[in-house]
Design a protein around this ligand. Sequence first.
Ligand code: ADP
Ligand code: MG
Length: 701
Amino acid sequence: MENIKLSELFGKNVFDDKVMRERLPKSTYKQLHKTIDEGLELDPSIADVVANAMKDWAIEHGATHFTHWFQPMNGRTAEKHDSFLSPTSDGRVIMEFSGKELIKGEADGSSFPSGGLRQTFEARGYTVWDCTSPAFLKEDISGVALCIPTVFYSHTGEALDKKAPLLRSMQVIEQASLRVLRALGDHKSNKVISTVGAEQEYFLVDKRQYQQRRDLIFTGRTLFGAMPPKGQEMEDHYFGSIKEKIGKFMREIDIELWKLGVPSKTKHNEVAPAQHELAPIFATSNVASDQNQLVMETLQKVANRHDLACLLHEKPFKGVNGSGKHDNWSLVTDTGKVLFSPGKQPKDNLEFLVFLSAIIESVDKHADLLRLSAATAGNDHRLGGNEAPPAIISIFLGESLTEMLYHVARGEDGDSFTKEVMEMGVATLPKLKKEVADRNRTSPFAFTGNKFEFRMFPSSGCVSEANVIINTIVADTLNKFAEELEKSEDIQRTIKHIVRHTLRDHGRILFNGNGYSEEWVEEATRRNLPNFTSTVDVLPALISEKSIDLFGRNKVFTEVELHSRYEIMVEEYYKTLNIEARTMLNMAKTQIMPAVLNYMTQVAQNVSIMTSLGQFNIDPQSELLGELNRLFNGLKKSIDALEEAHTSTIQICDGLEKAKAFREKVLPEMEALREVADALETIVDEKIWPIPTYSELLFRV
Ligand code: ADP
Ligand code: MG
C-alpha cells in the first residue's frame, strides 16, 4: 500500500490561510484576515484580488468550474457549477473569475424549500460568500470544482439556508460571552468562538444488495426485515477489529477528507453489526458544520467506489442500534481558554460557575427547542429506544460536579475537587487520576470534561440546526447574567446568587442516573420535564411565543423565518412518511405478495402430489400451507388497511394535522404490515424471498 505523507496531504485542496498568505498581496491578506478574525464587514475592493488568486490556485489544481456552495433548508448542500470560461471580443476564451462572482451569486432557487418565503414568481435568491469558512476544491472523476461556502437568502432579506442563522447565533454567543468575561475581569480575551466536534455514525452495506431494496433506495431505511438469528447481543462489534474491506474504505475516506482539510481523527466499529463511526477534530461551529456535510457526502461517494452503500439514516434496521451524530459543543477564547474547563478548583473558578449555570438555565428553559433541533421522522425511531438518549432532555454533570455546585450555592466550602487516584491492584500499571466525571452514555446533554455533548442529534442532520439553538439559548441566559454581573458590587456574592437561583429554579434538569430506565421517565414526569416522544408533538415549539421572543430578541430568526422553518419541518415530516408508506405498499404488493403466492403454490403442489400418491402423512405441509394462507390473508388485510389510512391522510389540507395523522394512523398500519411480512419472511423459502434479508445486509460485508 502506498505511503502517504499526511502533512503534505492535509488541506491540499483548501484555499486556507497558508495559501492565502503565499498568494495574496500582504495588504489584501491582512484586510481579509481582519474580516475573518474580527468579524468586520468585507471590503468589496479586496474581492477582485482574492478572486483572482483563488482562480489561479484552483486552475493550477485542475479546476475548470466554480460554484457557490450552500446549505439550503433541506439540510443538504447545494451547488451549481459555472466554468471559468469567458469569451473575448476576438472570439477566443479566457479564464475569468471576478470579485463580484466570488462575493455574490444569484440562484434561481424556487425549487428549494422556502416554507412559503418565496413563490415561484419571485424566485430570486442570493448566495453570499462566507469568508469564515475556507473555499476548497471538490475533486473526483467528474472533474475539479472550486467550492465557495456561501449563505443563501431571499430577495427580501430572509435567510433561506441553515448557515446564515448559525453565523448570527455565533455572533450572539460571542458578544454575550465577552460581556460576561469583561464583567468578571477578563480584558484580554477579544474573541469567543463556539466550537463543535461532530461524531458521525453510519452503516455500510453491500451495494448490490442495497440496490435490490427499494426501501433503502427511497427512504434510507428498511421497512421490512425479520431479525437474523444473531443481532448485536454478543457485543462483539463495538471497537472490534476492522475488516480489511472496511479498513480500505476508511483509509480512502481519511485521505479524501484530509485533502479537504477535514481533520478526520477517529474511526471505529460501532455497536450494531455493519455500523461504524468517524470523528473529526473540532472546529468553529460553522466550519464544523460545513465539514460535517463534506463528511456525509464523502462517506457516500467513497462507499460507492468500494461497492458499498453508506446509510446515514437514524434507524436503517429495526432491532439493532440506530445512528446519531454527537454534537460536542464548547466555547473557546482567542486567548486559548475553554470556558467549560473546570480547572483545579472549579468552585473558585468564577467563569466556569457562571457559564455552567448558564447552561443549566438555558437547557431547562428551552428543552423544547433543543428537543426540536433533533426532531425528524427518522430520529423518532431512535430516541427513547434504549440505545439513544431518551426523548426527555436532561443534563449530566456527574456526581462530584453537581455536589460542588450545591456546595457553592449553600456557601459551604465543600471539597477542593482533587482528583482521586485509581487503584488497579497491579503494581506495574501506572497510577492514573480519576476524571472529574464518569461517562454517561444515556444522557442527552452530557458534560464531558470541558465541553457538552448533545447526543440526541440525528445522524443525517445538518449540525447547524442544533448549534443555532444551543448558541442562542445559552447567549440569552449569558446576557441576563451579564446584566447582573455588570451591576454587581460584590462579584463573588452575585455569582453565588446566580448559582443558587439557577439550582433552585432549574436544578430539575440535572440528572446523573440511567436515562434509559423506566424510573427516569416517571421521575421526569414528577419533575415536570417535558417528554416529547415524537416530532409532531414538538414541532409547534418552534413558533411558540417563547421561541419567537427568544430568537427575535437575539436577532437570530425573525418571526417570518421561524414560520418558514416550521412549515418546512412539518412538510418534511409528512413527506417522509408519505414516501415510506408508498414504498411499503409498492414492495408489499409487487414483491412480497407474489413471492408468498409463489411459495404457497409450491407447497400446495406438494400437498396435492403427495395426496394423490395416497400413502403419506401430509399433515406437516398442510399445516405449513395453512399458516402461509393465514399470514397471506393478514398481509392482504394489512395492505388494504395501510392503503386506506394513507388515502384518507393525504387528503388532509392542514400541514400539522396531516403530519399528526401520518403519525397516528399511517405509522401504526405500517408497523402492522411489517409484522406480517416479517413473519412470512421467516417461513418462506429464502430462494423465493424477493429482497435481501437482514442476515445478508448486516453480516455480508
Ligand atoms: P467520544 O465522545 O466518542 O469519546 P472524543 O472524546 O474523541 O469522543 O471527542 C468527541 C469530539 O469532541 C471530537 O470531535 C473532539 O474534537 C470534540 N471536542 C473536543 N474538545 C472540544 C471542544 N472544546 N469543543 C468542541 N468539540 C470538542
Ligand atoms: Mg461521543
